[in-house]
Design a protein around this ligand. Sequence first.
Ligand SMILES: Cc1ncc(COP(=O)(O)O)c(C=O)c1O
Length: 369
Amino acid sequence: MSSTIHRRSLLKLTSLLAIGSALTKADVYASDFTNQRFAEGPIRLTSNENPYGPSPMARRAMADAITQSNRYPWDVTTKLLEKLGTLYGLTSEHVLLGAGSSEILGLSTLLAALNKGNAITAAPTFSIWAPVAEKMGLTVTKVPLLEEKMNDLSAMVSQLNENTRLFYICNPNNPSGTILPTAAVRDAAEEASKKSLVLIDEAYLDYTNEPSLVNMVSTNKNIIIAKTFSKIYGLAGARIGYAIAHPDTINKLAALQPWANAGVSAVSLAAALASLDDKSFVASSKEKNTEARMYTQKELESLGIKVIPSHTNFIYYSLANYKGNWQEALRAKNILSAGTYEQQGQWTRTTVGTLKEMQQFISAVKAIV
Ligand SMILES: Cc1ncc(COP(=O)(O)O)c(C=O)c1O
């Protein structure tokens, strides 16, 4: 059996290499890189990735960093920590790097769970950390979203008690794509931080015009902001994200990493550093995302589908009038989309891809409904 698996893996590798070998160095550096790597496969609208990335500057920096990969990349680590600290008017001591922001969510959960108690979160939201919380002995209280699919902050705050160890806010929220006013999140976070660690997940904030709440951390040791290079920076596969928190809190999170700030490769560090300078890539990703999102939203609505106005690179919509298996029906049309959420699976989420991909998605939807 293991030799079958081995043969299968080899076949898979060979076909991947065949696709890869069709990409020349010029293709890799070209600015219209969009999805060439996966041109043969299904349209990937599942994981809220940026279809245009990595940015041209990041791609060049990654290629250059390959040759440095025999050395530990500490000088680049330091540069990135300093650059991120400065970006937010803070210092490198306010930053901790992780292999994606999911590592930051996991570390924050572990820190919170050092003392048993409860965690408070919305439902549905991004809850990759919740199984860790439960395994580590935290009881997770899930507060349903409001009718308009926003986090119900006052209901969440009302659940706080002396045993609350973690209070998670995802803003904008995944999967609903809704955003809360910054002042409301700040107030709830301030209140919750009197009793608990507060984890604010800003993975999609770059798609909005709302400010980050990073400045809260200079005086408040109970606030952790999770940020990622996986979304608008187009580096999901590079696995790099970070926490912004008070230096004392950063030290506590760092103590839970086997080797602090050392889990990100030289290539990913170089990509992140370069992508912070590629402002035109970020701006064009945002603009193209808005155009494709507006198109998709309008088309779905014209088919009588209820859509929650999105502030992100994904769309949450109702399947109340659809009786089949939406994900499978799309899969049969060569489109990968997310599963279903809440109220007996009446809602689902689709990532906003390129406009061309969304036109293909809408054609598929028209054939299904
Ligand atoms: C809200 C939110 N936070 C965090 C993540 C984790 O992303 P990563 O680990 O790639 O930074 C995701 C991924 O989809 C997400 O949707």
